[in-house]
Design a protein around this ligand. Structure first.
Ligand SMILES: [Zn+2]
Length: 423
């Protein structure tokens, strides 16, 4: 959201946030009322509904409340209801829980419109940006220019809008959309050409069975900057104004790094799930158990899991199977003859002593992942080719090296082109 350039809107939003927090206090008033309803009066849900239905009365009683759209207000109360219910569940499960801890006001940075109270126009804003109209923000309807991080898919309904102020002071609108997921193709009808195996690695982020090598995202500049900003922060007097503004700067750098990583993963996932009918990856849960905690893989694993989750999300959205396969010996096993060879981490080549198959270590692993995926999903090999035969067709020279920065800059098209010299 860009209320920054529209002081009026920003002022309104800040007022609204302040006011809604004030009204959350009213929510606590509701909670107080809730606590006074005897348990015999009904289930938790019934009792919460009773309190919620009192809101219109409350509004007469406290005229200021009329300035806030009623669904927003209900959300605030229902949030409290959810908290109560969750506490109840914990209690049922034998956890000892105290009473609800009230958060300090500065932890409230968001409010939600449910179903109604907002309008989204994707194109009417300046520079082709969209406009989000929020009703009764501190008494007035306001138009806030927004930039959609990605276009909304066709045939979607925006169900909820959460307006959020993050720790850097930037405003966001999170749109919760409902969309019917497309059907995934029947495995029996999938062509092996439309499937791919992916090996997630440390040096090369992705090596796939079609010969793409995608480098790891280089964040060294950002890390340096972060260290520098953190050192500066540690020299400021704790809680002073300077400290507070420096804290924001640090949060800003953190956020940018997080967004870069996410953006990179989303672009890769979007490419693979739209280019293929099925994508195969190793099951990292099993892999972790097999390998134990060593090689410093665990820090990388967090990122890989994240990527797989994103991949699955895009798979659901685009009707692409994302299948996790057994990771046992994907690196050791020769894809051509199946013989296992011990391979320390620093050996980057696969060179089979049994059949003489030579290729990149990660490529061999990607082929194994692919083969296992085909079997697990039940994809029938088209014609008479086995993965092993296809494997020889992709020579090491044919690998398409793609730098992560190019993925970030140009998105998926660069993953389809042949490698550009010098990358
Ligand atoms: Zn072999």
């Amino acid at each position: 959201m860009w209320p920054t350039h529209h002081r009026w809107a920003r002022f309104r939003l800040n007022c609204a946030l302040w006011r809604i927090n004030f009204e959350r206090a009213t929510g606590y008033h509701s909670l107080h009322r809730y606590n006074r309803i005897p348990e015999t009066a009904g289930t938790v849900k019934q009792r919460v509904t009773k309190v919620r239905d009192e809101i219109p009365d409350l509004k007469d009683w406290w005229t200021d409340l009329n300035n806030v759209y009623s669904t927003v207000l209900q959300q605030a109360v229902e949030q409290i209801a959810t908290n109560i219910e969750n506490l109840g569940k914990l209690k049922e499960n034998g956890y000892s829980v105290g009473s609800l801890n009230w958060k300090s006001p500065d932890e409230y940075r968001s409010f939600t419109y449910r179903q109604r109270g907002f309008e989204l126009d994707e194109k009417s804003g300046p520079n082709g940006r969209g406009t989000l109209t929020l009703k009764k923000v501190n008494g007035d309807n306001i138009d806030v220019p927004i930039r959609l991080h990605r276009p909304l898919p066709d045939d979607t309904d925006v169900k909820h809008v959460t307006v959020k102020k993050d720790r850097t002071g930037a405003w966001y609108a999170c749109l919760n959309v409902e969309q019917k997921a497309p059907e995934k193709p029947d495995p029996a009808e999938i062509d092996t050409d439309d499937t791919v195996g992916i090996d997630l690695g440390i040096l090369t982020y992705i090596h796939d069975s079609d010969g793409r090598q995608i480098s790891r995202l280089d964040l060294s500049d950002d890390r340096e900057r972060l260290e520098w900003e953190q050192r500066t922060l540690s020299r400021k007097e704790h809680r002073s104004n300077n400290w507070e503004s420096q804290r924001r700067t640090v949060a800003e750098v953190h956020k940018r790094m997080r967004q870069k990583k996410l953006d990179f993963k989303h672009k890769l996932a979007a490419f693979y799930t739209s280019e293929y009918d099925a994508v195969f990856v190793e099951d990292l849960n099993v892999k972790g158990m097999l390998e134990g905690k060593r090689n410093g893989r665990n820090t990388h694993e967090v990122g890989w899991r994240d990527f797989i989750t994103i991949l699955e999300h895009h798979g659901r959205k685009r009707g692409c199977h994302v299948v996790e396969v057994g990771p046992e010996d994907t690196t050791k096993e020769c894809n051509q003859c199946g013989v296992n060879t011990e391979k320390p981490l620093w050996v980057r080549e696969h060179s089979c002593p049994s059949c003489g198959f030579e290729t990149d270590r990660d490529y061999n692993a990607a082929l194994n992942v692919w083969e296992r995926g085909l079997e697990k999903l039940g994809v029938v090999h088209s014609e008479a080719t086995t993965p092993a035969e296809t494997a020889t067709a992709v020579d090491t020279d044919d690998f398409r090296e793609v730098s992560a920065s190019r993925v970030v800059e140009t998105g998926s098209p660069c993953l389809k082109e042949p490698a550009v010299a010098g990358e």
